[in-house]
Design a protein around this ligand. Sequence first.
Ligand code: NAP
Length: 412
Amino acid sequence: MTEYDLVIIGGGPAGLTAGLYAARANMKAVLLESKDVGGEILNTDLIEDYPGFASVTGADLSKKMADHALKFGLNIETYKPVKEIRSDGDRKIVVLEDGTELSAYAVIVTVGGEPTKLGVPGEQEFHGRGVSYCAVCDGAFFKGADLAVIGGGDSAFQEGLFLTRFAKTLYVVHRRNEFRAQAILQDRLLRMDKVHSITPAVVKEIGGNGDVKWIEVERDGKKERVNVEGVFVFIGFRPVGRHLFKEHIEHDKNGYLITDQYMRTSIPGVYAAGDTRAQLAKQITTAVGDATTAVLHAERYIEELRDMERDFPTASRAVVAESASKAELLTFAPGELVVREGDAADRFFMIIKGQAEATRRGADGAQVVVNQLGPGDYFGEIGLLKNAPRNATSAPAVSWSAVRPPRDASRS
Ligand code: NAP
């Protein structure tokens, strides 16, 4: 089994950003992508809201991102679909569809999602024969045709704009009168003569004869047929990240993975970024930012895991992983108190850099140095193990850092 520091799953903007940072940090990392790199943006014609690129095609931007990561030595493996991720002690085992298994200290999941289906009669039957979920991929097959886009979000409008290059007439069918797409996209699309909105309308059926010929919509309680040859459905998408896990991973009611501010999921060593993560805005800008946070934290996590494996060789690997995942890096100035004798104990400390002194109050009230500590030493555990107040005061002798594993980290 090949061992990695980090496995990144998914090759969209989030995955490629994580890969770039991992490569630049010299981590032993691999990016696995089930198709070609690019992810969702490959299905996007023009991107106009990625800073620095007033207008760039999805294909161009993804190529630039991939080339950038490759330039710094990222190992990208395309057409490597992942079947499952499971924990094995403090390692994550990534199982590919072809049965190959990889082991890593940490995994960043950036697998995005798949289009939500309307779930109406004819949708499945005519998929590929008039029903599509990607205008950039299929639009050119419909030159001079009457088309419909279903949905009222950014995707429907952006893809709709692309379809106006080919469509004779474009119907925007949306279940409410108000659209949620950005105002600029609404203005551009709806002012075109060939574009007509049908709202509030719900698609009931897609029909035809071999290929799509019509959709049936219900508006104001009445059913009507609209003749179209192509139906492009953009009604959101279903995140797929959580389906990779056998063990429980926290997600919201729509299936998006829940993370904290460092992009940590509920499984130690597993991070999520991009569209598969629960968040307000699914933008390329947020995906790359979140991926950056994820990989920087993963790097720190891996370092702490290695330190803890060395310092707690007999501890349960799963506990070590959880402890490393929750550890916090703190920096103290010389003389600054870290713990004070008599205070309640709620954590313990391990010194990474610098030195510290433990002092205790003597009979005459003066502080007496009782211990000198350096890198690799730890303190504060007695209060935790005995559930007792601090028995000494600790302060750095020179500038130093300590990590704080969680309360339940034990030296078993
Ligand atoms: P979205 O914003 O969730 O919009 C989905 C649309 O489909 C909504 O208008 C929704 O109606 C409608 N809808 C949902 N379920 C439906 C159903 N069963 N039947 C009929 N209509 C249904 O999804 P999206 O447009 O795919 O965008 C996803 C995310 O990507 C968003 O955060 C978006 O901002 C982002 N995005 C950004 C850009 C960009 O240019 N920056 C481009 C594409 C996507 P209601 O409004 O009634 O809920």
